[in-house]
Design a protein around this ligand. Structure first.
Ligand SMILES: [Zn+2]
Length: 140
């Protein structure tokens, strides 16, 4: 058992055990990913709301910021890289279309530092994730 490698020399029994373990692992992973996704969406949402409130002086989202929010949520919903990243801003695959990318960048630049003020817990979590993920990406 010491030299057992998951890729070869599997007996039927071991295979069975491994599959069950994998399934359980995947399920757990999926839950974590969903949590990340929801958290990302919440942070992005806060950032867009903050940006619009300060920049566009609206109490509700203006149509253009609403469009951006919907776009961002939709991208996050479809993101195939949730497992390896938390934030679209950390992602190496920039799936945003150009116009939206510029807009979200502006929102991030504006709201990012201000998140510390309004949502410190969220901001710290975001910063911690970003550092961790950027480090991980460099090591790839
Ligand atoms: Zn706006």
């Amino acid at each position: 058992m010491q030299n057992w490698k998951p890729t070869d020399s599997l007996t039927g029994t071991l295979m069975e055990i491994r599959e069950t373990d994998c399934e359980r692992g995947t399920e757990k992973m999926e839950k974590t990913i969903e949590k990340k996704r929801k958290k990302e969406q919440a942070v992005v949402r806060e950032m867009i709301f903050l940006y619009c409130r300060k920049k566009h002086r609206r109490s509700e989202l203006c149509p253009s910021c609403r469009e951006l929010l919907e776009y961002a949520q939709m991208r996050s919903e479809c993101c195939p890289f949730m497992e390896t990243k938390t934030f679209c801003s950390n992602c190496r695959v920039h799936c945003y279309k150009l116009q939206m990318r510029e807009k979200i960048r502006e929102v991030m630049a504006f709201s990012g530092p201000r998140m510390m003020l309004y949502h410190p817990v969220m901001a710290v979590w975001h910063a911690a994730c970003s550092v961790r993920e950027k480090r991980k990406m460099r090591n790839d």
